[in-house]
Design a binder for this molecule. Structure first.
Ligand code: MG
Length: 368
């Protein structure tokens, strides 16, 4: 089988409410998403989506995906999309780095491989069944009362796991947030306090050694070095997210005992192929993981849920679904959706999600 055509579409995905990370230092109200359609000489078509979480969150840029695909496309036309490792090596030689550019291409190739094999992606990834995956809410930072009100709202939709954003200007307010939320959670619920890099190591050590709460704490500081320093000095389990870009970063984090878990996000690490390698490493060292994408519609969410559903239950905590933050739905009724606090991957061959052509509009570029 050969790739004969690559088509890109750009879609603005407005958020239902503007999003604030880390005390308001990152605010945005829409996402810039790129949908990628790959056609083959055997009539199979695959879909992928690449969508950074704004352009201040990671070194990833919405328009950069389209620019990168323009560079990659000539090298991809004619390749067998089912040879996923080869496709990834060609992309890495043609355009070193820029993992977020490669993720939607890799995703579309997994969609084709699944259709060719007659298997859903969760099965290709090693899963036994389309297992229900716990989904977690994302609680924007605010006063402790505001944040507990958002958790109550999420609980009413079935969420039992929450990611609460902390990391404001005043460490004493973070202590109040953490204590109030940890103590005020509905019975049986769990929370991760996501700092999104906002603390210096000194503040992280001060805050985490001041609180009674022993819940998970995510990405306390900017770099892996800083997070490893903190992990050695606090009792909370540590989850790493934004500082993890490659397999080597994960190996380094494990060697340095810098965390007990990681967020595995295909768009951050270069696609499902690389996310699966990291997931398998995480299982082998006993990490607990959140497997979800950086952003996007239910299409990108569903790709990540396929990987999550194929991961042993002991090694996954929950997955966030970005599409609940959006006021548009280009894949209406399809894919992994929150069903009383869990999401299941489709059980049809491939990804199991096809965008509505009317929602996508005219292509940005066609390469053949
Ligand atoms: Mg995070």
């Amino acid at each position: 089988m050969k790739i004969t055509r690559i088509t890109t579409y750009q879609l603005d995905l407005p958020l239902v409410e503007p999003y604030f990370l880390s005390g308001g230092r990152l605010r945005f109200d829409r996402l810039d998403s790129t949908f990628v359609r790959i056609d083959t000489d055997e009539g199979l078509t695959g879909w992928g989506e690449g969508c950074p979480w704004g352009h201040t969150y990671l070194p990833a840029h919405g328009p950069g995906i389209r620019a990168g695909i323009a560079t990659l496309a000539p090298a991809l036309i004619g390749l067998d999309p089912c040879g996923l490792d080869h496709v990834n090596r060609v992309m890495d030689v043609t355009l070193p780095g820029h993992p977020y550019v490669k993720s939607p291409v890799d995703m579309a190739c997994w969609d084709i491989l699944g259709q060719a094999a007659g298997m859903p992606i969760w099965q290709l990834m090693g899963g036994a069944d389309p297992a229900p995956v716990l989904v977690n809410s994302s609680i924007s930072t605010g006063t402790p009362e505001d944040m507990l009100a958002l958790i109550a709202k999420a609980a009413a939709k079935g969420y039992t796991v929450h990611s609460a954003k902390v990391g404001g200007d005043d460490p004493s307010v973070d202590v109040e947030r953490i204590e109030a939320i940890s103590a005020g959670l509905p019975p049986g619920h769990r929370v991760t306090f996501d700092v999104n890099r906002a603390w210096t190591p000194g503040v992280a050590v001060e805050v985490l050694n001041s609180v009674k709460a022993r819940d998970w704490v995510e990405q306390p500081c900017e770099t892996l070095d800083q997070c490893a320093h903190v992990a050695a000095r606090v009792s909370n389990p540590i989850m790493l997210d934004e500082c993890m870009h490659s397999f080597t970063d994960h190996l380094e984090a494990w060697k340095r005992s810098a965390c007990e878990g990681v967020k595995v996000k295909p768009n951050r690490v270069g696609g499902l192929t690389k996310a699966r390698q990291i997931r398998d490493f995480g299982v082998s060292v006993g990490w607990q993981m959140h497997i979800e994408d950086v952003g996007g519609s239910a299409l990108a969410d569903t790709a990540a849920i396929h990987l999550a559903a194929s991961t042993p239950e002991a090694n996954r905590l929950a997955s966030w679904l970005c599409h609940y933050h959006l006021s548009v739905d280009p894949v209406p009724g399809q894919g992994a959706r929150n069903d009383s606090g869990v999401a299941r991957p489709p059980n049809t061959p491939g990804l199991g999600v096809t965008p509505d052509p009317d929602a996508l509009g005219a292509p940005m570029e066609v390469y053949e």
